[in-house]
Design a protein around this ligand. Structure first.
Ligand code: NDP
Length: 478
């Protein structure tokens, strides 16, 4: 139990102005749908209806792609890199100026703690725009040969776990390279993307360069299959990623897919255990575990397993679950009823298959979608909770005896997005980093993001890289 209780410290939501309904952001203005319908978006922490948004239909998608094409053929593709950079700097500064509003809105729409949206998501969004603003006039020196050309119109489909951050990962490099785009946010988290549409207007971005259309999976499918797009960028589940790969096969479209993960967080017996415990907590309980690169499989060396688990359980009893807008909250709401069902189902399967389930004593709010931080011990590699992405605050613990056993178990997954290594030995970190089949390997830290660093997966975690210089290649004809 926590040693003392914190008084509530709720962030005011008066800074956000949520409209009762929204249109689609096409050609630089909010327009009513042609053939789209409307649906309600809710606050997952309270189930309160926040607003009504459009599920864009095929004609709406046509209109958005046409607007992006017209903007590409118009001024945008002929603008100098330096001038594109100015727009990106302007977007970055506006994100900073409106950061408090964006953080509160993100927490209301997504359910994530304000501490994370305020201190992680929104600062990283601004950092991405600043970083790619800097590249816009230096593409000749990025290692792709002289005068690399943009691709044209990009179709970008993003998930609900980091709505605004995934938007920045997609939009910033696309614009820096001279493309125009149509972006579809996830069905359950459209509001910060619509706020970003307003930022585009405020920045005087030429009409049609950024178009934002809301909707569900059907809208996403119509967009990525549209013959008028030259590039598809998707982040989401491996299953939808596979469908997209199939639908674009044989077309001229260039594709990047950033899909699921089942990362191993490997703790050796010489690791500083208190720090490792913080890294494990950050690895799987950050953002309620709705993180593609979450450290959802803890591999701990057998000789320190008991000590580490006792410390981890002690630490988990101090986590505060509840109102996402309370500045003391560590664990917010699960993003949707569907996702909660999936987490519950896989956790029940974990028990049925024989793993031992543990959660700290923790009171769940009555309304909204909630799941307590959960640890499974006695997990074997064949268990579904060791193989499938749960995408929730659920940790599966396995043990190992030797470094090579750790590598074998860590790599025994269809995914390969990220991994973590905790040890005092630098040579062991380098050895592990070479052996682990994962796009990112963190050493003595976890879930650390930086716009200068490329990110992406092996195997079923997708292909292509986002972030850093590598991220430019995804939006250039190279
Ligand atoms: P999806 O992959 O379905 O959603 C990602 C995005 O793609 C959303 O904008 C979605 O729209 C859209 N989409 C859905 N179907 C299609 C399609 N056929 N063509 C084009 N776009 C489409 O993820 P879910 O939200 O359904 O989550 C399911 C599971 O996926 C989670 O439980 C989790 O395990 C995993 N996941 C992994 C993520 C990652 O980053 N690795 C991110 C999100 C989910 P809409 O929101 O309307 O469905």
């Amino acid at each position: 139990m926590p040693t003392f209780d914190y008084a509530p410290a709720p962030e005011s939501r008066s800074i956000v102005d949520i409209q009762p309904s929204y249109g689609l952001f096409i050609g630089g203005e909010m327009v009513d749908p042609i053939d789209g319908t409307r649906f309600k978006t809710v606050n997952p922490a309270t189930e309160e209806v926040l607003s009504e948004v459009v599920a864009a239909g095929p004609q709406d998608v046509d209109r958005a792609v046409d607007a992006a094409r017209a903007a590409y053929d118009g001024a945008w593709s002929r603008l100098s890199g330096r001038d594109r950079g100015k727009y990106l700097y302007r977007l970055a500064r506006l994100v900073q100026e409106r950061s408090r509003e964006l953080a509160v809105l993100e927490s209301i729409d997504n359910g994530k703690p304000i501490r994370e949206s305020r201190d992680v998501d929104v600062p990283l969004v601004a950092a991405h725009f600043f970083y790619y603003a800097g590249w816009a006039d230096k593409l000749d020196y990025a290692g792709f040969g002289p005068g690399p050309q943009p691709l044209g119109v990009a179709a970008q489909v993003i998930p609900w776990n980091f709505p605004l951050l995934m938007l920045a990962w997609k939009i910033a490099p696309a614009l820096a390279c001279g493309n125009t785009l149509v972006l579809k946010p996830a069905e359950t988290t459209p509001l910060t993307a619509l706020a970003f549409a307003d930022i585009c207007r405020q920045a005087d971005l030429p009409p049609g360069v950024v178009n934002i259309i809301t909707g569900a999976g059907d809208t996403g499918r119509t967009l990525v299959e549209h013959p008028g797009v030259d590039k598809v960028a998707f982040t989401g589940s491996t299953e939808v990623g596979r469908q997209i790969a199939r639908s674009v096969a044989g077309t001229r479209k260039k594709v990047t897919l950033e899909l699921g993960g089942k990362a191993a967080n490997v703790v050796f017996d010489d690791a500083p255990l208190d720090q490792a415990i913080e890294g494990i907590v950050n690895g799987i309980f950050f953002n309620q575990g709705h993180v593609c690169c979450a450290g959802s499989r803890l591999l701990v060396q057998e000789s320190v397993a008991d000590e580490l688990l006792a410390g981890l359980k002690r630490r988990l009893t101090t986590l505060r679950l509840g109102d996402p807008l309370d500045k003391n909250t560590d664990i917010g709401a699960i993003n949707s009823a569907e996702q909660l069902d999936k987490i519950r189902m896989l956790s029940e399967v974990g028990e049925t298959e024989g793993a031992e389930r543990w959660s700290p004593p923790c009171e769940l709010p009555v309304r909204g979608f909630w799941f307590p931080p959960t640890v499974f011990t006695g997990v074997s590699q064949s268990h579904r909770i060791a193989r499938e992405e749960i995408f929730g605050p659920v940790l599966s613990v396995l043990t190992f005896r030797t470094p090579s056993e750790a590598v074998e178990k860590a790599n025994n997954t269809p995914y390969g997005l990220s991994a973590g290594v905790w040890t005092e030995k630098g040579s062991r970190i380098l050895w592990m980093a070479q052996k682990l089949r994962a796009g990112v390997v963190w050493a003595n830290t976890f879930n650390r993001f930086d716009p200068t660093s490329p990110f992406g997966g092996y195997k079923e975690s997708g292909y292509g890289r986002e972030g850093g210089r590598h991220g430019l290649g995804a939006y250039l004809d190279v």
